[in-house]
Design a protein around this ligand. Structure first.
Ligand code: ATP
Ligand code: MG
Length: 367
């Protein structure tokens, strides 16, 4: 065992106490250890510190066919919750201070800067041992640059889970009543339903799609089963939002979304006419073509972000944090905007861009 993992003795089996499984980092005066991969009983993103731990957020299975998926998995009652498209945050009080952890188990300096504007911190006076889990959503966040139809600027937090001291999710209805009682903004929900309500459920999905929303997470009333299902529009937006970065993304990313689209078209009896096919293809080829032109001209491959922060120090801390998770980012401008600083920065993608640029200038390669 490496010395730096000494404080975790007794918290985790000794065979896991090494750099392959764990990464140590400091935030303010606390030393944290995050789990870099799934281990038996502990998901990736689980965090440890002297005297405590926080479980990683559970993975959620996807279904491609709504009616069949529901029939197969939900013998009893269930709810639909809106699936919000942002980034996952787990908020926990440690030594009387609130910490916001990302899915990977890092403390996010940006979320920390904005935390008391995002949630009612009184939640933690009432329930000091609970972890509040939710999605930070909005066009101005440092991880997703795509526009959000229903939020003009900045970010919001929407809660969808509460974990107890042992890391177990509270029963759904307990979560719902605590959200109500503490005034925590939660994701929208519908139900309870049973599998015979499929027509009503389908119309919720259609409405969500019309509103430009991502989809739903279907949760059994006994809180045992969770499944995600997304809308047609969200698949097309995903493609459109990422196609410019195609040199960096595996081809499978796009193929998966095309398969989701086809499953929806098939189940909802949507006609895959020429216009629909062209819209889908255009969402892919349009941004890809722009990237090809950029790279051929020798430009860098960049993705722009804008965020609002309270403290100037946050900007540096965020750029360092992004670097530590393998993202190369540079600040373009910082201006005052009301009580916040409005920060523009971009991420630079070098690896895939370099390969593609060489190919565009004649390099031969095996494929
Ligand atoms: P996974 O590892 O579970 O496959 P992912 O990182 O690929 O997830 P998504 O496809 O976005 O992410 O789906 C799961 C995520 O959806 C959750 O981690 C959570 O952050 C987010 N989410 C949004 N709304 C909800 C909700 N109502 N209930 C549960 N999760 C939600
Ligand atoms: Mg998501």
């Amino acid at each position: 065992m490496n010395d730096i993992f000494e404080p975790l003795k007794g918290l985790l089996p000794e065979r896991y106490l090494n750099r392959e499984c764990l990464q140590r980092f400091r935030y303010d005066d606390i030393l944290f250890y995050r789990l870099k991969k799934d281990l038996k009983g502990y998901p990736r993103g689980t965090v440890f510190w002297q005297g405590g731990m926080l479980h990683g957020f559970q993975r959620i299975k996807r279904i491609l066919n709504l009616a069949e998926g529901i029939r197969r998995h939900f013998p009893g009652r269930f709810y639909l919750e809106e699936k919000m498209d942002g980034y996952n945050v787990r908020i926990k009080r440690i030594n009387s201070r609130l910490f916001a952890f990302t899915r990977g188990g890092f403390v996010c300096p940006f979320t920390m800067d904005r935390l008391d504007e995002l949630v009612r911190v009184e939640f933690f006076d009432r329930y000091p041992d609970y972890t509040l889990c939710g999605e930070v959503v909005g066009p101005e966040n440092p991880y997703n640059s795509e526009p959000v139809d229903y939020i003009d600027e900045d970010i919001m937090f929407f809660a969808f889970d509460i974990k107890d001291r042992e890391g177990r999710s509270l029963p759904l209805t307990d979560r719902y009543s605590i959200f109500r009682e503490t005034g925590i903004q939660a994701v929208r929900r519908w139900g309870p339903y049973t599998s015979s309500d499929i027509d009503m459920i389908k119309s919720v999905i259609t409405e969500l799609d019309q509103q430009g929303r991502e989809g739903v997470v279907i949760k059994s009333a006994d809180s045992e089963i969770e499944l995600k299902y997304v809308t047609l529009g969200s698949c097309i937006r995903d493609i459109k939002a990422t196609a410019a970065l195609f040199p960096e993304l595996p081809g499978g990313f796009y193929m998966q979304r095309l398969i989701r689209i086809l499953a929806i078209v098939d189940e909802f009896g949507i006609k895959l006419d020429e216009e629909t096919k062209l819209t889908i293809l255009d969402s892919l080829l349009g941004p890809m073509m722009k990237t090809i032109e950029h790279l051929r001209r020798g430009d860098q491959l960049k993705e722009f972000f804008r965020i609002r922060v309270n403290r100037k120090e946050t900007i540096d801390a965020l750029i360092r944090h992004l670097k530590s998770i393998g993202m190369n980012a540079r600040v373009v401008s910082v201006e005052r905007a009301g009580r916040h600083y409005l920060v523009t920065f971009y991420r630079i993608y070098t690896r895939g861009a370099r390969i593609m640029r060489k190919r565009l200038t004649g390099q031969g390669f095996y494929d």
